[in-house]
Design a protein around this ligand. Sequence first.
Ligand code: ASP
Ligand code: MG
Length: 403
Amino acid sequence: MKIIVLKFGGTSVGTTDRIKKVVKIIAKYKKKYNVIVLSSAMSGVTNNLINLSKKISKNFSDSEYDVLVSSGEQMSCALISGELINQGLNSRSWISWQIPINTEGKYKFSRINKINKSKILSYLKQGGIPIITGFQGINNKNRITTIGRGGTDASAIMFAKFFNAEKCIIYTDVDGVYSTDPNKLKSAKKIKVISYEEMLEMASLGAKVMQPHSIQDARLNRVDIEVRSSFTDNEGTLITKRKNIINSKIITGISNTTNDAKVTLLGVRDKPGIAASIFKPLSENSINVDMVVQNISPNGKETDLTFTIKSDDLNKTKKIILQNKKINFRNFIFDKNVSKVSIIGVGMVTTPGVTYRMFQSLAKQKINIQVISTSEIKVSVLIDKKNVQKAISALHKEFNLNK
Ligand code: ASP
Ligand code: MG
């Protein structure tokens, strides 16, 4: 029998009633598969535990932090398992050290590097349903570790990888990935299949659904993921490799950022090494520069340089630029009222004219494009924040995402 990994997020196990619903879902899969379950803590529990550590001291020990905050998962796993037993099924909970799940790296931010399969395999053979704590592992000192907030996604993906599962199903409180934020555009449609690459590019939408680094893990390990809701029976979204997708749409989704800032240096000396001198101290201060444009200088002496950063980094960036003795410029302007709107789709690799259609449909709405950047499967434009809704709605229509 094939193995399937089911992951339940905090809201899916948030109350005892919801846990009963989860148990029904598990029982349904058990009829067809060997089921491995990974569970998060009940929603709010991890936060409460973190608050307790803060309350007791400002610099609470990292190793004890991991013992403390990982305990929420033990609780939810026992509740799920107990209810499965109650329903006449064969189940037990497993804590990371009992398997064990090995991790490497620092406390709070460890990574799973090995999962011991033997005990779980023989338990599956006996018809058991293992309910396993997400988010935690042990290190080579036999101490409990955790793998970062929201880490149960990553735990589930690693189980799917090590056990060669047919699929990893992530149960959460949204019923899939949409062509754009359905709270902002009514005509947004659920995406049936999306590639890892597209999903990563749609981070601003995807982040609410799954952590980007878990998607990256799934991509590297070729694990198919289905995202769906434990509250409805609606079909979810399948995240898989490009090869598996026969797509009729050129564009899969549209996303936008909400916290970008634009910085422009006017009258920068136009000579080799200037861009490097501007960006070096930014990178040394971990400031992530996103879009960049440099104008051709009309007289060969001076040019204007525009780039975007996260608005949170704006003050730091201003300071760094003003203190930078290696560069000269005439003026320095910045703008927080900008947003990056991106169209994403593997279909654009083989379809010419996508960029033109995007610009044309923004022009029809009289929306000014300030900066442009492109990658193989994405075209992004920086526009005035106040035009974001108009832009998304126009592009959604232009690329037939309403249907
Ligand atoms: N309970 C942990 C957290 O809240 C892990 C998880 O939910 O995946 O971050
Ligand atoms: Mg959680």
